[in-house]
Every structure is written in structure tokens, then in C-alpha cells.
Design a protein around this ligand. Structure first.
Ligand SMILES: NC(=O)c1ccc[n+]([C@@H]2O[C@H](COP(=O)([O-])OP(=O)(O)OC[C@H]3O[C@@H](n4cnc5c(N)ncnc54)[C@H](O)[C@@H]3O)[C@@H](O)[C@H]2O)c1
Length: 322
């Protein structure tokens, strides 16, 4: 199947591309980035199209010219850049997603899988967020993603698009480059493995739901393959790590492997402001479990830390760390 992955050279996108390729799909990536470090070893096996989601014609062209049959829409500005430049975020995340849905409608692509975020939950969400918890985001990123969740539902109802989406919590894995509110988990493991010091930008008590990157890919693939009649909720919370650890618990798990890890704390007031309103601790994914049998493979902190360290030590180049 000819599959488009918007944002396919990014952190999650690159791993999805690798997984699709392994299963015999023809893969096209679309995005502005000239940094193809994460897919260097497979670049000659895929089609890489440079362009921006913010321009409808560029988005339409890639879908039409490449004869796309399925879209994983991962291209996005993340939380911190969206806060810094909400105007660009609106064009890329909101208008860009509308462009993807329009391209699917105009060029008969039956299915679009969208990647949303736990950041759509904020005010009043409380400690446990289910798929039925009211979403009242406070950030540009969360507001844009929530609008697109609703837009996807509209395209399904109005035009019959097979729209489905996952709300990721913080995705923990090697090679993340963006300092988003929750990336401390990944860097807390990665930096000591690379023998680099890590200054954690949240307090030791901070906690936010997370999942391992291998499970993030598994969830995208499972959701896309689930029979249409099983898909009722459309936009699904996806959990992984259980229970949600504090930063100091992640540190302790790292120290079991790397006792002399150089980890210190210097909380960033802007990031701590986010945690003051984001209190979700349990990201309830019952609907995904019931409707399409979702279950993470890595739900324990120790299993994640140990696999993560092994990945960085054995294949650093695969994650742009070589
Ligand atoms: N990493 C996480 O913890 C996390 C959590 C929740 C949701 N998500 C979602 O998962 C998806 C992938 O995120 P990621 O973590 O791989 O981040 P990333 O920044 O590594 O990847 C985002 C990709 O989007 C591309 N992109 C940016 N602007 C674009 C534009 N104008 N047009 C086309 N593409 C553009 C980038 O080039 C990059 O390849 C995003 O939609 C993100 O919102 C990620």
C-alpha cells in the first residue's frame, strides 16, 4: 500500500516509516525538514518529499502525484514552538490538518490516522483522564489538536472518511531533539547512557503519563489495521507506563544501570507553569483496549529504561546519536 507519513522524518515518524517498510509498504514522507538523520539507512528505500502542510497546494500535490492510499498524519509543530509562535502553529497544525483531510477527500484516500495529544486535557481534567473527560486545553498546541480531533470526526460524518486518531502521552525514546514539557523522561535516560550530564528542567516530584516509543508505533499500526466496525470512539487515549513515575523515580531506575549518572535539577518556571494546570496522572485507555484490543508491550519503568539504554548503546546511529 502506498502510504504517506507526514512528519515522517521526525522522532515518531521515522520509526513508523521503518516499521511500514519492514512490512512491505511503499512509503512517502512529507515535511519541511532537510534533516534525514533518523532515516539515513532507509532513505534510498522511500520517497522523501519536501514541503509544508501549511500550503494546500503542496499538500494536495504530494497526495495526488504519489498516488497515496493511506495517510498517517504526524507532521506538526510541538508544544513549545507552538507557544512561542502561535500564528505559525495555527497554519501548520490547524490549517495543515484541514489540508490533509481535504487532500484525502479530493484524491480518494479512504483512511487518515491523526496524532493528537494528552495536551488536549487541562482545566478540570483531574487526576484520571478518560476518553469522556472534558477537554479544555490551555495551550495553542492543545487547542489546535483538539480542533483537529473534532474536524476529523466531521470529515467522517460528512464525507465518509475513515478517520481515526491516537492521543499520545509523553513518548519516551532515544533521539528526541525538541525540549517539550515532558522530554525530561527521555533525556534522563539518554544523556547518562551517552555519558553526558543532564540538568532536569522539572522538579523531582513532577510526574506526567508516558509511553515507550516502540508502543507508540505499535498503537498507530494497530489502530490503522483495526476493522472499521470496531472503531466507535474515533479519538483514543493511549497509555503505556503504569504507574506514572515521578522524575526522581525515573532517575532511580536509571541509576540501577548507571550508578554514577550525572543528573541534577533546575526547574524551568515556564514548564512548571504547565504542570500546575496539567494534573493528569492516569491516562485511561479503556476504549482502545475494548474496541481494538490495545495493550502496551512496555508498561513497566524498568523494562523501558533497560531497553532504551540497550538501543542507545547498540544502535546510536539509528536514532541520530551516532
Ligand atoms: N513525542 C511526543 O511525546 C508526542 C506526544 C503527543 C503527541 N505527539 C504527536 O506526534 C506527532 C509526531 O511528533 P514527534 O514527537 O515525532 O515530533 P517531531 O518534531 O520529531 O516530528 C514532527 C514532524 O513534523 C514535521 N513538520 C513540522 N512542521 C511541518 C510542516 N509545516 N509541514 C509538514 N511537516 C512538518 C517535522 O519536520 C517533523 O518531521 C506530532 O503530531 C505530535 O503532535 C508527540
Amino acid at each position: 500500500m502506498r502510504t504517506l507519513v507526514t512528519g515522517g522524518t521526525g522522532y515518531i515518524g521515522a520509526e513508523l516509516v521503518r516499521s511500514l517498510l519492514n512490512d512491505g509498504h511503499e512509503v512517502v514522507t512529507f515535511g519541511p525538514s532537510s534533516n534525514t538523520n533518523r532515516i539515513a539507512d532507509i532513505a534510498s528505500d522511500i520517497t522523501i518529499v519536501r514541503g509544508t502542510l501549511a500550503h494546500s497546494a503542496e499538500t494536495f500535490n504530494v497526495v495526488k502525484d504519489q498516488r497515496i492510499e493511506r495517510i498517517f498524519h504526524l507532521g506538526s509543530m510541538l508544544s513549545t514552538p507552538s507557544q512561542a509562535n502561535p500564528w505559525a502553529s495555527f497554519q501548520v497544525n490547524v490549517v495543515g490538518t484541514m489540508n490533509v483531510f481535504e487532500a484525502a477527500r479530493l484524491f480518494d484516500v479512504p483512511q487518515v490516522i491523526f496524532s493528537s495529544t494528552i495536551g488536549t486535557f487541562a482545566i478540570g481534567a483531574g487526576r484520571i483522564a478518560t476518553d469522556f473527560t472534558i477537554q479544555r486545553p490551555t495551550t495553542m498546541y492543545g487547542a489546535g489538536k483538539l480542533y483537529c480531533e473534532c474536524l476529523g470526526r466531521f470529515y467522517k460524518n460528512r464525507f465518509g472518511l475513515d478517520y481515526r486518531a491516537i492521543r499520545f502521552p509523553s513518548v519516551i525514546g532515544p533521539g528526541t531533539t525538541q525540549r517539550t514539557v515532558a522530554q525530561y523522561n527521555s533525556w534522563m535516560i539518554e544523556y547518562p547512557t551517552l555519558e553526558k550530564p543532564f540538568e532536569c528542567f522539572v522538579t523531582p516530584e513532577t510526574k506526567g503519563p508516558g509511553m515507550y516509543f516502540k508502543d507508540a508505533i505499535k498503537s498507530l499500526r494497530m489502530l490503522a489495521e483495526a476493522p472499521l466496525e470496531c472503531i466507535e470512539t474515533l479519538n483514543y487515549n493511549i497509555g503505556g507506563l503504569n504507574p506514572t513515575p515521578t522524575a526522581s523515580q525515573v532517575e532511580a531506575a536509571v541509576r540501577r544501570h548507571i550508578p554514577d549518572a550525572a543528573i541534577t535539577y533546575n526547574p524551568d518556571p515556564l514548564i512548571m507553569q504547565y504542570y500546575a494546570s496539567a494534573q493528569v496522572e492516569v491516562f485511561d485507555d479503556s476504549c482502545a483496549r475494548q474496541e481494538w484490543n490495545w495493550a502496551p508491550e512496555f508498561d513497566r519503568l524498568d523494562a523501558i529504561v533497560s531497553d532504551f539504554i540497550n538501543e542507545v548503546r547498540t544502535s546510536p546511529e539509528k536514532y541520530g546519536l551516532g
